[in-house]
Design a protein. Structure first.
Length: 72
């Protein structure tokens, strides 16, 4: 069953947000602000995992060979 339009829109916005965070990370790296780049990168990583989890909860299938990340 396809996801409802409002959920698809939320996911699309989430993708754009993650892309924007990546743009900011690249700018901070270029400016030599590595601590800020790390903070932004962590926000993007968390955003990606939230999106992944939401899509799986909505019925998406985990990619073949997928393994849960380790705590290390």
């Amino acid at each position: 069953m396809p996801a409802p339009d409002d959920q698809l829109t939320k996911w699309a916005e989430s993708c754009l947000h993650a892309n924007h965070l990546n743009t900011l990370v690249q700018r901070e790296i270029a400016a030599g602000n590595l601590e800020r780049a790390r903070e932004l990168s962590e926000r993007a990583r968390n955003q990606a995992w939230r999106l992944f989890d939401e899509m799986i909860a909505a019925g998406g299938k985990k990619p073949e060979g997928y393994a849960e990340p380790s705590e290390d």
